[in-house]
Design a protein around this ligand. Structure first.
Ligand code: SF4
Length: 145
């Protein structure tokens, strides 16, 4: 775990300290849909190798401690990525998906059920994003000093 946060980012990179895999991307390139694992798995070389020839964040969802103000998406005391996911993406689940990291998830703590109904379409490394996905992923513009 990284210091400074007890919340988990559900769109983390596998290289972050303490990262775990908690979902596998399914669906289609145009309509990705993650399936969540019954339990989060530690990141190992063997797990990362399963993604080849794709990159691990194209195939898996990883969670790791939220970077808070160290992340381009964090503003004030909130994750703006979670806010944009809820505002800009359609719901893809009509029920709460079973999710191994929910108790610690930053998006759940901040946005509740609305985040979980949209979360499965998120691919951390997405080379074919929809316009709305592209907009959701765009960090806030820094205030000019
Ligand atoms: S937003 Fe919901 S479904 Fe997505 S990782 Fe967090 S708790 Fe799980």
């Amino acid at each position: 775990m990284r210091e400074g946060s007890d919340s988990l980012c559900p769109s983390a990179e596998p290289s972050w300290r303490g990262a775990v895999a908690f979902g596998i991307i399914g669906g289609s390139p145009a309509e990705p849909l993650a399936k969540y694992l019954p339990a989060a798995l530690p990141v190992t070389e063997a797990l990362l190798d399963l993604a080849k020839p794709a990159t691990p964040p194209e195939v898996f969802r990883f969670a790791a401690s939220c970077l808070n103000s160290g992340c381009v998406h964090f503003k004030g005391d909130a994750c703006t990525l979670a806010s944009r996911v809820v505002k800009l993406l359609p719901e893809v689940m009509d029920r709460l998906p079973r999710c191994a990291i929910r108790a610690s998830c930053r998006w759940w703590r901040q946005e509740g059920v609305a985040a979980c109904r949209r979360c499965p379409q998120v691919v951390t490394e997405n080379y074919n994003p929809s316009d709305s996905m592209r907009a959701a992923a765009r960090p806030p513009t820094p205030v000019a000093s």
